[in-house]
Design a protein around this ligand. Structure first.
Ligand code: FMN
Length: 191
């Protein structure tokens, strides 16, 4: 089984620390897991030229989304992990979401690729519970489910606004007492 983790934070922070922790858990189960850090990828913003993608069933930009979409087609499951910015994902992650519209368009016209067998997990982090949950639920319902993925778990974890140099703050800040168990549960549900 192959799980693809897409990390939507523009910095090396809590989302990335969670992705790393999950990778260790997947490895212990013998599950292949690749982490894609969107901050390290060249993703040009969707320009809305639907005349092109409706006709060619691909984006006219030759950027890193080609490789990411291919990996999404090959993977059996996904982890989407992102910060919450104003109850939404950051622009970096939203650019990724918008560029995934070729998956929607292609399925609409050709019934391929069919993502309905792909399991998805959505994890969001942020300082305020209400905002993080809103962001998480929005990504799960309007991104994952629109693309027909099967959302098997949704989690939100509370961060502090500054990491103060501690990459593992999300595990140590005292706000997420069961975080390791909850991540183990995610791995179980995905596998
Ligand atoms: C532009 C911006 C907007 C944010 N908006 C919110 C918000 O509306 N509610 C909230 O709880 N946290 C908000 N945060 C805090 C981040 O969600 C929080 O720092 C998170 O842990 C960042 O994730 P990361 O460490 O993976 O980058 C915001 C942070 C930034 C930079």
């Amino acid at each position: 089984m192959k799980v693809l983790t897409i990390c939507g934070s523009p910095r090396k922070g809590n989302s990335e620390a969670i992705a790393d922790r999950l990778k260790g858990m997947f490895e212990q189960k013998g599950v292949e897991n690749e982490i894609i850090l969107l901050r390290k990828k060249n993703i040009q913003r969707c320009e809305g030229c639907v005349e092109y993608c409706n006709k060619h069933l691909k984006c006219r930009h030759n950027d890193d989304m080609n490789e990411i979409i291919q990996k999404m087609i090959e993977a059996d499951g996904y982890v989407f992990v992102s910060p919450n910015y104003f109850a939404m994902p950051p622009g970096l992650f939203k650019d990724f979401i918008d560029k995934c519209s070729v998956l929607y368009t292609s399925y609409y016209f050709t019934k391929e690729p069919d993502l309905s067998k792909k399991k998805a997990v959505v994890i969001t982090v942020g300082t305020d519970q209400e905002f993080i949950d809103a962001c998480r639920d929005h990504v799960a319902k309007w991104f994952c489910e629109t693309l027909r993925m099967k959302v098997v778990s949704k989690k939100s974890f509370r961060s502090r606004s500054e990491l103060k140099g501690n990459y593992n703050d999300i595990f140590e800040n005292g706000l997420n007492t069961n975080i390791n168990d909850e991540l183990e549960d995610i791995v179980e549900k995905l596998c």
